[in-house]
Design a protein around this ligand. Structure first.
Ligand SMILES: Cc1ncc(COP(=O)(O)O)c(C=O)c1O
Length: 373
């Protein structure tokens, strides 16, 4: 049997283990700011919807319930400003990571095709290209890419790891270029609700896509906005021809979102209050960590949105990881996201107020609690 895993990059998190051990030895315990995993409770109204749908003996459908599709189209119109989005323009997925990893395969891409993604990026875009045997290509500006053989272009605004937001006019330029060259755009917008010093815009906004979804699909996830990483709730919205094809394939593949999770998603997308509450928690943690890092001698770049601070002490990232581990703080080295990140670290603010306060203290600054715990 040929090992498919041999095509994939080394799973990088294992390299962090020794630093985790160092940080864990701190007398007041580790502050883990390495993985961007939510730590606050799942909002009560979402838990309630999940529990009420617990008696779900039958198979769910891949396309989802009518209520779910109504919730998806409603949210896309209300929150993203998209116009004329119908049920054929949406498709639930089982968390967005599986979609990112398997999309190129499901699109039928393979040897001779190219999949492009930002030079500094969430590693699963590359994994997706490698799983189907396509060539992974990185870009600084996608419109400078050679379009020959380029089948899929990933955008990610706000960005993981840098927190950078693409301005509306940049999106307009990129979508126009991609359409001109027949390149399919998938825009990973899972941090769209988490803009701090910028207002992220979706590719589905009529100013960007011109009100038609040809060649454009947005990827949205409830993991970050609603603390639902454990539920695996995400969806696609955009080009109906592309989504129709994916629906057929995913039906054959049994890629169904669990029925209680579908019900929970409906509740989550119908409520903005919990998103505002969660944003307030993150905003306080972000400000505290940012100020503490800057006063400690770090420089922060981008980071105008998302759940991360992209920070440097103008040294190799592993030196910074080692230094902070000595203070009991674990962060992700920038080279996990591409060579261009080798002098940065990614500091997630997905830790409890209590842990963020501990980190700030260790960096030498007080922390004003939000009272949210
Ligand atoms: C840019 C980006 N896309 C996709 C995902 C996957 O999120 P999920 O599978 O929880 O929807 C993540 C998770 O951190 C991410 O950072």
């Amino acid at each position: 049997m040929g090992a498919v895993s041999a095509r994939l990059p080394v799973f990088p998190w294992d390299k962090l283990e020794p630093y985790k051990a160092t940080a864990s030895a701190h007398p007041d315990g580790i502050v883990d700011l390495s993985v961007g995993t939510p730590v606050d409770p799942v909002p009560a109204l979402i838990q309630k919807a999940l529990v009420e749908a617990a008696d779900s003996p039958g198979y769910p459908t891949v396309w989802g319930t009518t209520e779910l599709r109504d919730a998806l189209t409603g949210w896309v119109g209300r929150r993203l400003g998209a116009v004329g989005v119908g049920h054929r323009n949406v498709l639930p997925v089982v968390g967005s990571k599986e979609l990112v990893a398997w999309l190129p395969t499901q699109l039928g891409l393979g040897a001779g095709d190219k999949v492009a993604y930002p030079r500094l990026a969430y590693p699963t875009y590359e994994v997706g290209a490698r799983l189907c045997g396509a060539e992974p290509v990185v870009y600084d500006d996608p419109t400078e890419l050679d379009p020959a053989g380029l089948k899929l272009l990933w955008l990610n605004s706000p960005s993981n790891p840098t927190g950078r937001v693409l301005a509306k006019d940049e999106l307009v330029r990129i979508v126009a270029w991609a359409r001109e060259h027949g390149v399919l755009v998938f825009s990973d917008e899972c941090y769209l609700e988490l803009g701090w010093e910028a207002e992220p815009v979706s590719v589905l906004h009529p100013d960007v896509c011109g009100g038609t979804y040809e060649g454009v699909v947005a990827v949205h996830s409830l993991s970050k906005r609603s603390n639902l990483a454990g539920y695996r709730a995400a969806f696609l919205a955009g080009d109906e021809a592309v989504l129709g094809e994916l629906l057929q394939i995913r039906k054959h593949g049994g890629m169904m979102t669990a029925a209680p999770v579908q019900a929970a998603t409906v509740a989550a997308l119908g409520d903005d209050a919990h998103v505002q509450e969660q944003r307030a928690r993150y905003a306080a943690r972000r400000t505290a960590l940012r100020d503490a890092l800057v006063k400690h001698g770090f420089r922060i770049e981008h980071s105008e949105a998302s759940l991360y601070l992209w920070a440097t002490r103008d040294e190799g990232c592993w030196e910074t990881v080692d230094y902070l581990a000595g203070l009991g703080i674990l962060v992700a080295p920038g080279d996990f996201y591409g060579e261009a990140g080798e002098r940065f670290v990614r500091v997630a603010f997905t830790a409890t107020d209590e842990r963020v306060e501990a980190a700030v203290k260790r960096l030498g600054q007080p922390f004003a609690r939000t009272g949210s715990e």
